[in-house]
Write a protein that binds this ligand. Structure first.
Ligand SMILES: Nc1ncnc2c1ncn2[C@@H]1O[C@H](COP(=O)(O)OP(=O)(O)OP(=O)(O)O)[C@@H](O)[C@H]1O
Ligand SMILES: [Mg+2]
Length: 307
């Protein structure tokens, strides 16, 4: 049974804006998938369909979560199965104290008091907000709010977690901590769907990438999606910056069949190349280097492009 099964989903907002067209995909239990797409691509709209909250007469198609078809009447029931971290944390924080917000979900699921208290401490600790129990959610900083919103979902311990831009507004340490949190959830066997513009974080987090631009443009392994730079640039997206650097190195003659996606990949690749070169890397400047580098760089400059 799939964790998430979306079949021919279409959605039009009341003002006539067509947000989703013919969306079909399946995510197996334990998979970690990144959902990318330009602004206005329908990513948030799609997440809001996963627990049925936006499902209406203007939706066509079906969403099944762990085999169960969602609809607006089942949003509460679904919250124990799939947790959705909204793009705007203000939509998730409404209680006077942070501990109340984090306790809200599990209390509503009928979980006993002591277990709720344990989950509140555990969830806040996981997102680096231990000691923030009595803070006023409304007064938290933007990055703290985002982490608090994630804690309100973690406390329900759902099997599937969908996060809308989890690293947005985060300082570098918080971003790295969050990537660790997501990796740990993945290692614990949770199913993750991560909406992000943070392409550099994707290779660490997701084995598979879905590219959305109102409809699904690509759905493949992370490596294969990032290999299709033309498609990504055409929809206004980028590849990880480390890939771009190695494309430049290739122009200088660096031997590289498969571009590294992450720093870890790059270190392995360099080590191998230096070993093969008996301690050296051979690069050289030839006649066409500058033109070729110009071509690589302008590929990722998103202006003067006919899409
Ligand atoms: N309540 C609404 N009423 C009308 N149109 C809406 C509404 N919410 C979103 N839209 C439109 O639907 C489309 C998809 O929006 P959505 O928020 O899902 O995009 P997104 O991929 O999440 O973008 P971003 O990367 O900016 O978060 C956009 O054209 C947006 O303007
Ligand atoms: Mg969005």
């Amino acid at each position: 049974m799939s964790a998430i099964r979306v079949h021919d989903l279409n959605y039009t907002y009341p003002d006539g804006t067509v947000a989703l067209e013919n969306i079909s995909f399946e995510i197996e239990k334990g998979e970690s998938v990144a959902l990318i797409g330009p602004n206005g691509a329908g990513k948030s709209t799609l997440l809001l369909h996963l627990n049925g909250i936006l499902h209406s007469a203007r939706s066509r198609g079906a969403v099944k979560i762990l085999g169960d078809t969602v609809n607006p009447k089942k949003v509460h029931e679904m919250s124990g199965k799939i947790g959705i971290v909204f793009q705007n944390p203000d939509d998730m924080l409404f209680m006077p104290l942070l501990s109340d917000d984090v306790a809200f979900g599990p209390i509503n699921l009928g979980i006993e008091k002591e277990e709720v208290a344990r989950r509140v401490m555990d969830s806040l600790g996981r997102v680096g907000l231990a000691g923030y129990e009595n803070r006023v959610p409304h007064h938290l900083s933007s990055g703290e709010k985002k982490r608090a919103a994630i804690a309100t979902v973690l406390s329900m311990e759902p099997e599937i977690i969908a996060l809308d831009e989890p690293t947005a507004n985060m300082d570098p340490k918080s971003r790295n901590d969050l990537i660790e949190i997501l990796k740990n959830l993945k290692d614990e066997g949770k199913t993750l769907l991560i909406v992000t513009h943070d392409v550099n974080a994707i290779p660490e987090l997701a084995d598979r990438v879905i590219v959305l631009n109102k409809t699904i443009v690509a759905d493949d392994t992370t490596r294969d999606v990032f290999a299709d730079t033309e498609m990504l640039v055409a929809v206004g997206l980028d590849v990880p910056v480390i890939m771009q650097l190695f494309e430049v190195l290739q122009v200088f003659g660096y031997p590289c069949d498969v571009l590294p996606l992450s720093i870890g990949d790059a270190v392995r690749n360099l080590t191998e190349t230096i070993e093969n070169g008996k301690g050296h890397i051979h690069l050289h400047i030839h006649e066409h280097v500058h033109t070729a580098i110009g071509a690589v760089r302008s590929k990722y400059q998103h202006h003067h492009k006919d899409v």
